[in-house]
Design a binder for this molecule. Structure first.
Ligand code: NAD
Length: 273
């Protein structure tokens, strides 16, 4: 059911690769709620992904290629988006993450530092770069909303998550630090949403993903949140109904983050003793 929560709003959605992507589901939901927006992803992802299908499903949303580590590319996304959409931007989704160390199965304790720097640049500093570009071009309207996607490995250790844990901790810190600056300067909100494990290309690349997907499902009172449910939540953060929420890391995980253990898991442990 649509509520027209984003009627008249203009946005930019970074990171939709295929229909499993969180950004894909968020784009569909933003369109359903009345927004117009551009889509952006790395040039290689545009060649290999299916973004044109998403564009067609979202009123032929214009696709703009950008490597999110390049300030020049990001400035181009903001300049073009304002021109295409006919004004300043009301919401931005940062749904970008990649770790070459995770991809190459390099253990955390034997990390390759060039890879580590790439992880941090792509998965965390790009969030800063997106906002720095927007601020430089004065591309956001007052009360605009910027959301990045995070994971609880920023607070607690999940060994397979590797250097992405450190990148997520930095991402959440950037949301606070930039949110403070942007709030005073332009009343712009900045938050991260810490999402349940979700079966996407980036998610499934993490070692032991299936095990911790099922573990989280069993531990969470409400079960894991799906990408579609994440989209519902993010739409509320882009809407005018959450105008005083900023600098937060918001858990969207069915209660996982505040659960110690579940009866089902205790019973299973007892059986396996
Ligand atoms: N899947 C999960 O379990 C999960 C849980 C919590 C948070 N997240 C976060 O959600 C976000 C989206 O990931 P997803 O799970 O939808 O997977 P995904 O693989 O569909 O999306 C990741 C996106 O990052 C893009 N990207 C990578 N390098 C880039 C670059 N240099 N420039 C621009 N874009 C680049 C990819 O092209 C891709 O579209 C990530 O930040 C991820 O860490 C995922």
């Amino acid at each position: 059911m649509a509520y027209n929560l984003l009627k008249g709003k203009r946005g930019i959605i970074f990171g939709a690769l295929d229909e499993k992507s969180m950004a894909w589901q968020i784009a569909l939901k933003c369109f359903e709620e009345g927004a117009t927006f551009t889509l952006s992803n790395a040039p290689i992802a545009l060649r290999m992904g299916k973004i044109n299908e998403l564009s067609a499903a979202c009123g032929n949303a214009v696709v703009i290629g950008a490597d999110a580590t390049s300030l020049e590319d990001l400035e181009n996304v903001f300049t073009n988006s304002m021109e295409i959409l006919g004004g300043k931007i009301d919401f931005v989704l940062h749904s970008i993450g990649m770790s070459p160390n995770v991809r190459k199965n390099i253990p955390y304790t034997e990390t390759n530092y060039d890879n580590f720097l790439k992880t941090v640049d792509i998965s965390a500093l790009s969030f800063h770069k997106v906002m720095q570009s927007a601020m430089k071009l004065d591309a956001l309207n007052e009360w605009a909303s910027v959301v990045g996607l995070s994971y609880i490995a920023a607070q607690r250790t999940f060994p397979g998550y590797n250097d992405m844990s450190d990148a997520k901790a930095l991402l959440e810190s950037i949301a606070r630090s930039f949110g403070f600056q942007y709030g005073f300067k332009k009343k712009v909100r900045v938050n991260t949403v810490s999402q349940s494990p979700t079966k996407t290309t980036a998610g499934s690349g993490v070692a032991g993903f299936d095990a911790f997907y099922h573990y989280a499902e069993k531990l969470s009172p409400l079960g894991n949140a799906s990408a579609e449910e994440c989209a519902d939540y993010v739409v509320t953060l882009f809407s005018d109904l959450t105008r005083k929420v900023t600098m937060q890391n918001l858990f969207h995980d069915g209660g996982f983050s505040f659960t110690g253990v579940s009866t089902e898991l205790v019973e299973q442990m007892m059986l396996n003793k």
